[in-house]
Write a protein of this length. Structure first.
Length: 78
């Protein structure tokens, strides 16, 4: 049986680097996702970024941050 967390880490590592235009958006997703708006996504689409890429990069950064927080919590617990 495979390790689900290892699989998630592999997915994050296998995600292509994001376009530079996404840096502010992805920082927002990582640090304060509750503030992301429809307009943030519309701005990216207007900049020529596809919905698929927005979705993939959003999921990748959210999973990466979740794993980072999980790792920090595991360090504290041990």
């Amino acid at each position: 049986m495979s390790d689900p967390l290892a699989e998630l880490r592999d997915v994050v590592l296998g995600t292509a680097p994001p376009p530079a235009q996404m840096s502010n958006y992805l920082a927002k997703v990582r640090d304060r996702a509750f503030t992301v708006t429809d307009q943030d996504v519309e701005d990216l689409k207007e900049a020529g970024i596809s919905e698929d890429e927005i979705f993939e990069q959003t999921v990748a950064v959210a999973v990466a941050e979740g794993l980072h927080r999980l790792d920090r919590a595991a360090e504290v617990i041990q």
